[in-house]
Ligand binder design. Sequence first.
Ligand SMILES: Cc1cc2nc3c(=O)[nH]c(=O)nc-3n(C[C@H](O)[C@H](O)[C@H](O)COP(=O)(O)OP(=O)(O)OC[C@H]3O[C@@H](n4cnc5c(N)ncnc54)[C@H](O)[C@@H]3O)c2cc1C
Length: 552
Amino acid sequence: MSRPIILTVDDDPQVSAAIGRDLVSQYGGEYRVVQASSGAEALGVLTRLALRDQPVAVIAADQRMPQMTGIELLSQARAHAPGAKLLLVTAYADTDAAIRAINDIGLDYYLLKPWDPPEERLYPVIDDLLGDWRQANRDLTAAVRVVGHRWSDRGHELKMFLASNHVPYRWYDVERDAEAQRLLDLAQAGPADLPVVLLPDGEALRSPSILELAGALGLRTAARQPLYDVCIVGGGPAGLAGAVYAASEGLSTVIVEREAPGGQAGQSAAIENYLGFPKGLSGADLTRRAMAQASRFGAEMVLARDVVGFEARGPVRAVLLDGSGEIEARTLVVATGVSYRRLEAAGLDALSGRGVYYGVNAGEASQCRGEEVYVVGAANSAGQAALNLSRFAKRVVLVVRAATLGDTMSRYLVERVTATPNIAVRYRTEVVSGRGDGHLETLTLADRDSGATEEVPTSWLFVFIGGSPRTEWLGPDVVRDAMGFLVTGHDLMHPASPARWPLARAPFALETSVPGVFAAGDVRLDSMKRVASAVGEGAMAIYLVHRYLATV
Ligand SMILES: Cc1cc2nc3c(=O)[nH]c(=O)nc-3n(C[C@H](O)[C@H](O)[C@H](O)COP(=O)(O)OP(=O)(O)OC[C@H]3O[C@@H](n4cnc5c(N)ncnc54)[C@H](O)[C@@H]3O)c2cc1C
């Protein structure tokens, strides 16, 4: 593949020469920097590049140009280079227009002139944009290939694992893709071996477990050290933030994650309320950045391992891993969030992973192309999923028990959901059963007022009806409420709480009833259930870890 293009557009020859020079010196090895001096010329260049199928990574346009402004150009450029990242180069006076363009044309970033020194003001921005572009345009030729049945729950499990761990893969459906049979022949695999995973080095894994797949991909599944300062269970926003702060502050840190880093936030197609990202960012993007940051500071990540037990061994806090193995640390941060609540409706359990899904990833969303899909739920997660799926599906039906969305979903999402032509909302409705031979084929919906039922044909149901914490593994000494949320700090001293706090000092704010065991994020009683608060609590837990360590 030829080098991807960075296109700059500026009518001022001096500014144009300066940005061209800075970009070539930094990115010239990997990218080709092409320059245009007007909007019209840039559109001509983009048309030629599109005809030659040459990828455009970034278009950086000056706002103030005669005939066509930068924003006008960038909005038209989308059609020629759909995946390109759009950067507006602007003077301070045009800041308002640039901010509006984030909503209006999907502007990715605006850069204020002058950008000197480029190491501080230009390259970090371009690095970010190129990182996002590369992530979305990874060369799939070297990727992992998975061959299986479209409706196999094992196949679904493997795809979910690969997608959420950011491993690029190609999916081959044995019934639909001719190439699938060729790959099975090459691997000398038969129907009993499905799903088969072919690794880039040619190794074929026959119906591998998640642990086997993780090991084969080189993901770490065991801890390296005998004892850590802090062990964090759960790699969602709270856990990842904790890992970044702990490792950056010199604590030996390990984080254990059973599915994939990112947690619930990793499922979000667009987090729009997280500080510092005016355009929003996807959960996958946030996770990728957080993981890079945590690893850069030296946090160790143990993946595809479920923590199933906890023991306080004198000053040591130990967690037991599924199968075998354990990790010992001086402190423990529980950041296990919540898991999706199951939808209680006849027949759905047997179809889970075969048309009935809890959460949605990019792979599934694109497999619904041209089909009618159902989403159950009325909170932000359901709204985001409906919007995400509406990009591929012919029609999305959002099934809502209440008479309105306004009480449970943020206004900006309600507005978008109701304005999207291929999303229909069915209020006062619930799913009462699902049927299908091997995979979901029909759902029965009931009107909550009249009781009338209707059977609708569909192969896709995505469920977002909230979550509950899974904290049984912590055992009886760690106090929880009736739902399983961890009680911390002040709340432990409440007269209604079982009086289990064992020390003379009061517990720290995020400390549980076992000293040195902290809770952060959605798993904590009365937490706010947002990305920002989870990140904040993850960071704060580490501050408290330091204070605890000073006492022992
Ligand atoms: C689809 C969706 C969209 C959302 N959109 C937004 C939004 O736009 N803005 C916003 O502010 N919030 C949003 N939220 C809420 C937000 O994602 C959560 O509040 C946040 O992720 C909580 O972070 P956490 O780290 O506490 O827990 P989680 O994100 O739940 O992460 C917990 C992690 O722990 C792991 N884990 C659990 N148990 C174990 C175990 N025993 N062993 C090992 N690992 C374990 C899980 O696999 C998981 O990865 C959204 C949620 C969803 C589901």
